[in-house]
Design a protein. Structure first.
Length: 239
């Protein structure tokens, strides 16, 4: 489902289409936030260099950026925001939406099933593969008599072999979580293809806030807290 939201930019009203998905009783944006102004029209400063990003952290000021400062990445992944932008009183989320709390993220993952929520939330492409174990293709169809009567020299009878496992998900939830990486508080970009991180609106202790992360090699949604100067993506929840 797509809806329109409006926000002020100077004296113009800009309308943008937003994809939504209903998961349980919640209605989520089905794509990462991609706005460079607060709800009242004030611009959010763009940090184009590592120095500018680190300075925003030092001064506890809102900032956004593209991954690797490349606007093409913004078309795919949206924008990275520090938590000072998330928590700004002028409102980062468009009208009718809000940044989800830690508890609201938990409502989502509980509904999807904690052990498999990540797989259901990850997109079906874009995630890096990883080295893991897969069923041995040579002997997987052998009968018990065959397994007892002859050894499998491919897997040495472990029935498992090392293999490259796809990190992609099923996206059965419709969340379409992308592996956009993140930016740390000193301005370094990390882990595109390997993880995607999304802020909550809930502070842990002063200087740190809760976020959720999807990982290429993990089917569970990681819940943790990080410095508020880090750059993560934002998904909004319908009010």
């Amino acid at each position: 489902m797509k809806i329109l939201f409006s926000f002020l930019l100077g004296f113009s009203v800009i309308q943008a289409q937003v994809k939504e998905v209903k998961i349980g009783k919640q209605v989520w944006m089905a794509e990462n936030l991609n706005v460079s102004t607060f709800r009242n029209g004030d611009p959010i400063p763009q940090a184009k260099t590592a120095e500018e990003w680190a300075k925003a952290t030092e001064n506890k000021q809102p900032a956004w950026c593209y991954y690797e400062n490349n606007a093409e990445n913004g078309k795919t992944y949206g924008l990275l925001y520090n938590w000072y932008a998330v928590n700004d009183a002028r409102g980062l989320a468009p009208a009718g939406y809000h940044i989800p709390t830690k508890a609201e993220w938990t409502t989502l993952t509980t509904y999807l099933g904690e052990e498999v929520a990540g797989t259901k939330m990850k997109s079906t492409s874009g995630w890096n593969s990883y080295e893991g174990e897969a069923e041995c293709n040579v002997c997987k169809s052998w009968t018990p008599e065959q397994k007892a009567g002859q050894p499998c020299t491919t897997c040495n009878d472990t029935r498992k072999i090392k293999a490259q496992i796809s990190g992609n998900g099923t996206n059965s939830s419709g969340f379409n979580g992308l592996p956009g990486g993140y930016r740390n508080l000193i301005g370094t970009f990390l882990n595109i293809g390997r993880n995607g991180c999304w802020w909550s609106s809930t502070e842990f202790i002063t200087g740190t806030a809760w976020f959720r992360a999807l990982l290429s090699n993990y089917g569970v949604v990681n819940s943790d807290y990080d410095p508020e100067g880090d750059g993560f993506y934002v998904r909004c929840l319908r009010d």
